[in-house]
Each structure stands twice: as structure tokens, then as C-alpha cells.
Write a protein that binds this ligand. Structure first.
Ligand code: FES
Length: 282
């Protein structure tokens, strides 16, 4: 029997019926259907049969697309806190309100931007950065990064000092939603386990919760731990250094690249200047 994972209900929908039945469980096949394939469905709808590499064109290079990030809650309209906003533009105020009910001061949501899957995280960094880490309130950590061989790559601030747009904008960070293991789509509190609990510990390790979790082979990523790392384009072998969030555990070799954002009014918009960082699944 396929292994099943508990869906993590949002505080607002504890009694909501699940799209997967009353059990509030999801197995790997369902996850892939509602996660991986759902996102590629968007791609197919918007871009026909073009390959994945084709969707990495900046909006200005093709259709003049929208830079706004859209919520993606297909199949989870009744479970996700943003379920009623499927394919609506993401608003910073939504995340701030959701984080207020969190032990850690965090909120996250799946989205689609410029035709690619993303995960957006809000961390109450501005509120808690000056408080003791022992209080369990999450804040961003600007860390040294090491590649999969253990070689030092650099500190996140080395790159953000050159381009400050890489810093979280209004306490929001957006990650590319493709696992660096085999390109499934990691989720934010899509399943309930020790890694996705509403708890936080400093250090970018694999303890505490508040991790993004990839159900395909259980890789974990810490959206509060920002670092530099390296990856490679699978098509041409070219390696690149990127700013990203840390891989904290599992078979994924490195963390996920950041897609910098800006807040336009209340709308979260992506900045399409580092699309080469998204090519490791080509
Ligand atoms: S694809 Fe994510 S852990 Fe394997």
C-alpha cells in the first residue's frame, strides 16, 4: 500500500472536508497529481507543448506576461489557508495576517509565477530579528554556503551586497518550486510531520519545523536560512552560483534558488533577472 502523509489543515479550516476524503491523508500519487502535474498543467495551458526550458523566458521576452505571483491551491481549496485565492495575485497583507496566528511568525504558500512553480514564505524578521532566538520566533539567517562536496561557496551577503534586491523584500522570500533532487515540487505545510511543525530553531539545521518538504523522497529546505551555493544546468552542464535557501536534509544535493521579489502596493511580484538559476531541471 502506498505510504500516506497527513495533510496539515490550516487554522481556518480545521473542520473542512478534504478533497482527498475525510481521512485528510494524501499519498505520493495524489501529491504528484495535485502538486507536480497541477503546476505543469498551468504551463501546458499557457504555453502549449513547449518544453520546460521555454518557460524560463522572461515575460518581456515573449508575451509581456504579468510579474505578479499567483496563489496555487488546486485540489487544496478547502485545506490551504489561501485556498479561496487560487490563481489570484498574492498579497503581502494575506501573509502577515496568516503569520499572526503562527507560533513562529511565519506563513507560506504555493504559487505560480511566470509559468513556473514557486513557494513564497513570509518571516516576521523585522519584528523578531533583535529578540533572543530561544523564543522560537523565526527570522532570516544570512549564512555561509557549501556545495555538495563540502567546498565553501560564499556567504549570502556576498551576493546581496552587490544586488540588494536579493534580500527578502518586506520580509518575503520566494523560492523556485523544483526540488534539486529529481524536480518534484516541495510544499509548505502540505503534509504534517516533524519537519513541517510550526516550530523554529536557528542554525539552518534539520531540527525544528518550518521546513519546506518534498514528499517525493523527503528532502527538506529551510526558507529562513539564506546562503550561496552552486548547481548545474542539466542540458549543457554549465555550473552557476546562486543565492538560495538551504537544503537541511534528505537526498536533495543543494538548496533552492531564490527568485527575488518586490512589493507593488500590496501585490508580490517576481523579478526576472536570475532565470538561469532555474535551469537545473531542464
Ligand atoms: S524529488 Fe524531492 S526529494 Fe526527490
Amino acid at each position: 500500500m502506498a505510504k500516506e502523509y497527513n495533510l496539515k489543515p490550516s487554522p481556518q479550516s480545521m473542520d473542512a472536508s478534504s478533497a482527498f476524503g475525510e481521512s485528510m491523508k494524501i499519498n505520493r500519487r495524489q501529491f504528484i497529481k495535485y502538486g507536480f502535474n497541477a503546476a505543469t498543467g498551468v504551463l501546458a495551458a499557457s504555453l502549449g507543448v513547449l518544453g520546460f526550458a521555454s518557460i524560463l523566458l522572461p515575460p518581456s521576452g515573449g508575451s509581456g506576461g504579468d510579474l505578479a505571483v499567483m496563489y496555487w491551491a488546486k485540489g487544496r481549496e478547502d485545506e490551504a489557508w489561501y485556498g479561496g485565492s487560487h490563481l489570484q495575485p498574492m498579497k503581502k497583507s494575506d501573509f502577515v495576517a496568516e503569520a499572526a496566528s503562527s507560533n513562529t511568525g511565519t506563513a507560506g504558500a504555493a504559487g505560480v509565477w511566470n509559468g513556473v512553480p514557486v513557494v513564497v514564505n513570509y518571516v516576521s524578521h523585522s519584528q523578531y530579528a533583535g529578540t533572543p532566538t530561544s523564543n522560537g520566533k523565526a527570522r532570516f539567517q544570512f549564512m555561509d554556503g557549501y556545495d555538495e562536496t563540502g567546498k565553501y561557496v560564499g556567504n549570502f551577503l556576498d551576493m546581496s551586497d552587490v544586488d540588494e534586491r536579493l534580500m527578502p523584500s518586506d520580509d518575503i522570500v520566494m523560492s523556485f518550486g523544483r526540488c534539486t533532487h529529481l524536480c518534484c515540487i516541495p510544499g509548505w505545510q502540505l503534509v504534517a510531520n516533524n519537519f513541517t511543525d510550526d516550530t523554529w530553531t536557528p542554525g539552518g539545521g534539520d531540527d525544528g519545523g518550518t521546513k519546506m518538504f518534498c514528499i517525493c523522497h523527503s528532502s527538506r529546505f529551510d526558507p529562513t536560512a539564506l546562503e550561496l551555493n552552486t548547481n548545474r544546468n542539466r542540458s549543457n552542464g554549465a555550473t552557476f552560483t546562486y543565492a538560495g535557501i538551504r537544503r537541511s536534509g534528505g537526498p536533495a544535493p543543494v538548496g533552492l534558488p531564490i527568485i527575488p521579489v518586490t512589493i507593488n502596493g500590496d501585490i508580490i511580484e517576481g523579478i526576472p533577472d536570475y532565470l538561469d538559476w532555474l535551469t537545473y531541471c531542464d
